[in-house]
Design a protein around this ligand. Structure first.
Ligand code: NCD
Length: 316
C-alpha cells in the first residue's frame, strides 16, 4: 500500500483485496462485547473535518478507538479556521502535535492531496471526502458490503457482478471512487443519471452509462442510490423534485423488478421520498445500515495497514 489513501486509484487489486481481507478479520470484533484491540496503542489519529459529516467522522473515530489509537477530533466550526487560519497553518499545528494519521474531509477537491504532498506533515493522509472528487473509504466499505452479499468463491470476488450507481453522479465523490474501485475489483458498473447529472469526461471512466433506470436495474446484482446534492447545485439540473423521483427514484414498484438476490445500497444521508422511498430503504433488500457497520471495520483496516500496526491479534 502507498503511504496515503487519497484516491481509489491509489489501490491496486492486491491492495484493495488486502484491505477487504483485513476488514473481514476485524469485522468479527463488532459482534464481541469488548470491541478493542491494542494494535495502534500510542499512535495519534487526527480527524480533520472542514465539512459536515455524521457517519464518516463517527466511523473513523470508532475505528481508531477500537485499535486503541489516541483520537483528536478537529472540526472547522469552533476552531481558528473560522478566524481565517489556512490549511497550511492547521497542518503545521497537527504536525507539532505528532499526528501519525490525518483523516481529512474538505469542501475543495484536492485538499487532501495538497496536505499529503506539500511536505507540511509527515503523517499518512486519508481522504474522507474532498469536494466532488473522491471518497475512497466509502468505496472500500461498499466493496466490502458487496462482497459479503454477492462475492464469489472464498475470496468473495466481485468479478462480473453488475452494479448500478444511480442519481447525482456529477456531484458525487462516492460514485467516482466506487467506479474506480469496483472496476479494479472486476465488477461491471453502470452509472444511471439524467444527462445533466453525468460529469463531463465520464466516457473516460471504466463504466457504462444509461439514462434509463427501468432498463438497467432488472439486470443489476446491486443498486446503489445517490443523494441529490442540492447544496452543490445552483438550480436547473432537473425540472422538479417530483419529476426527478419519478424517473430516477427507487420505489416499491421498481424494486419489484429486481432479481431476487439483488441488494439496495445508499451511502447516506438519504432523502427519503426523493431518490429512495421509505419502504425501499426499510425493506429487507436494503443493506444501508449494514454499510455503516462495515464502514468501521474497513476504516480500521485502512488505519491499521497505513500505520503498520501490530498484528490484529494484538502482538506488538
Ligand atoms: C456522502 C458524502 O459525504 O460524500 N456521504 C457519506 O460520506 N456517507 C454522500 C452524500 O453526502 O450524499
Amino acid at each position: 500500500m502507498k503511504r496515503h489513501l487519497l484516491s481509489a486509484a491509489d489501490l491496486s487489486r492486491d491492495d484493495a483485496e488486502l484491505v477487504l481481507q483485513t476488514a473481514a478479520e476485524l469485522r468479527s470484533l463488532a459482534d464481541r462485547p469488548i470491541k478493542k484491540l491494542p494494535a495502534l496503542r500510542g499512535r495519534t489519529v487526527v480527524n480533520l473535518f472542514f465539512e459536515d459529516s455524521t457517519r464518516t467522522r463517527i466511523s473513523f473515530e470508532a475505528a481508531a478507538k477500537r485499535l486503541s489509537a489516541d483520537v483528536i477530533n478537529f472540526s472547522a466550526k469552533g476552531s481558528s479556521l473560522s478566524k481565517g487560519e489556512s490549511l497550511k497553518d492547521t497542518a503545521l499545528t497537527l504536525e507539532a502535535m505528532g499526528a501519525d494519521a490525518v483523516v481529512v474531509r474538505h469542501g475543495a477537491s484536492g485538499a487532501p492531496h495538497r496536505l499529503a504532498h506539500s511536505g507540511w506533515v509527515r503523517s499518512s493522509v486519508v481522504n474522507a471526502g474532498d469536494g466532488t472528487h473522491e471518497h475512497p473509504t466509502q468505496a472500500l466499505l461498499d466493496a466490502f458490503t458487496l462482497s459479503r452479499h454477492l462475492g464469489r468463491g472464498k475470496a468473495g470476488s466481485l468479478d462480473g457482478r453488475r452494479v448500478a450507481i444511480v442519481g447525482d453522479v456529477l456531484h458525487s465523490r462516492v460514485a467516482r471512487s466506487n467506479a474506480l474501485l469496483l472496476a479494479t475489483l472486476g465488477a461491471e458498473v453502470t452509472l444511471v443519471a439524467p444527462p445533466t447529472l453525468l460529469p463531463v469526461g465520464v466516457d473516460t471512466w471504466p463504466v457504462e452509462t444509461s439514462y434509463d433506470l427501468d432498463a438497467v436495474i432488472p439486470k443489476a446484482d446491486a443498486v446503489m442510490m445517490l443523494r441529490v446534492q442540492r447544496e452543490r447545485m445552483n438550480g436547473g439540473f432537473f425540472p422538479t423534485p417530483r419529476e426527478y423521483s419519478r424517473r430516477y427514484g427507487l420505489d416499491g414498484r421498481r424494486m419489484a423488478t429486481l432479481q431476487e438476490h439483488t441488494i439496495v445500497m445508499h451511502p447516506g444521508p438519504m432523502v427519503r421520498g426523493m431518490e429512495i422511498s421509505a419502504d425501499v430503504a426499510d425493506s429487507d433488500r436494503s443493506v444501508i445500515v449494514e454499510q455503516v457497520t462495515n464502514g468501521v471495520a474497513v476504516r480500521m483496516a485502512v488505519l491499521y495497514l497505513l500505520l503498520g500496526g501490530a498484528q490484529p491479534g494484538g502482538e506488538e
